[in-house]
Design a protein around this ligand. Structure first.
Ligand SMILES: [Zn+2]
Length: 67
């Protein structure tokens, strides 16, 4: 009997198609986890400029009356 490791995410029996995961869902979740870790750094760096931009636009918006 082959030694099969359980799915690293949920512990279910792995599917031969999505080894070592049990399903596409778990495989995708693992991939997103890695992508998410890579995204944290650039997103934090952008936040500063993004806030300034929002405040600037907000100021314009309140000064400009619809009618
Ligand atoms: Zn799983």
């Amino acid at each position: 009997m082959a030694r099969t490791k359980p799915c690293p995410l949920c512990g279910n029996a792995p599917s031969p198609e999505y080894k070592p995961f049990c399903s596409r869902g778990c495989r995708d979740r693992d991939m997103l986890k890695w992508l998410g870790e890579g995204y944290t750094i650039p997103v934090e760096a952008n936040e500063d400029t993004d806030n300034r931009d929002a405040a600037y636009n907000g100021g314009l918006d309140s000064a400009e009356k619809p009618d």
